[in-house]
Ligand binder design. Structure first.
Ligand SMILES: C[S@@+](CC[C@H](N)C(=O)[O-])C[C@H]1O[C@@H](n2cnc3c(N)ncnc32)[C@H](O)[C@@H]1O
Length: 171
């Protein structure tokens, strides 16, 4: 299954850390690409590309000016919008696991009503307001049944070695 993420309405002044965390989480939880809309931000792109170069994998990041157009173009994808207002994860997960490809949308501040309509599924994690980072992580964790927790990334220049105490890695 190919998994891509769309992060809406990035604001260069207010969201740099949060959008970076969305992107890092997407990568670590085995998404292949993050699209983002709002402000184009080359420092966000550079910092993610640097992480991928060092820690491996093929994660891509791409700015999109018109997220609605992107969603409409993703014809062979199941579109999942993570929103506090959505259906519960347990009621949708079995169906979602059968998808060929997934485009997972996370919002920024106000998400336009059109996104709810364009999405095949609007899914809530807990039905309590949380953050896009935690919603994305829990969604992907449940989708993968935890296989991301021990995944090794190809082409890594640095590999972190799990240890009881201290920091171990190999180059
Ligand atoms: C801080 S929230 C802002 C939501 C915004 N007020 C709106 O109109 O939807 C930012 C994003 O976090 C995600 N999010 C927050 N709580 C969530 C939850 N319980 N389940 C799924 N996604 C959630 C959604 O993707 C949301 O767009």
């Amino acid at each position: 299954m190919k998994i891509e993420i769309l992060r809406l309405s990035h604001r260069i002044q207010r969201d740099p850390r949060l959008s970076t965390h969305v992107a890092l989480t997407a990568r670590a939880f085995l998404a292949s690409k993050l699209y983002y809309s709002g402000d184009k931000d080359s420092s966000l792109e550079n910092s993610l590309n640097k992480v991928t170069k060092q820690f491996g994998g093929n994660f891509k990041i791409e700015y999109v000016k018109d997220p609605t157009k992107l969603i409409k173009e993703k014809k062979d994808y199941t579109i999942v919008h993570l929103t506090v207002y959505g259906e519960t994860l347990p009621s949708t997960l079995t169906k979602l696991k059968k998808s060929k490809n997934l485009l997972i949308i996370v919002g920024g501040e106000k998400v336009p009503p059109e996104i709810f309509q364009l999405s095949d599924y609007n899914v809530s994690i807990t039905s309590q307001p949380i953050s896009e980072v935690s919603a994305l992580a829990i969604f992907l964790h449940e989708l993968h049944k935890g296989k991301e927790l021990t995944k090794k990334f190809p082409k890594a220049k640095i590999q972190i070695l799990p240890s009881k105490k201290g920091k171990k890695f190999k180059k």
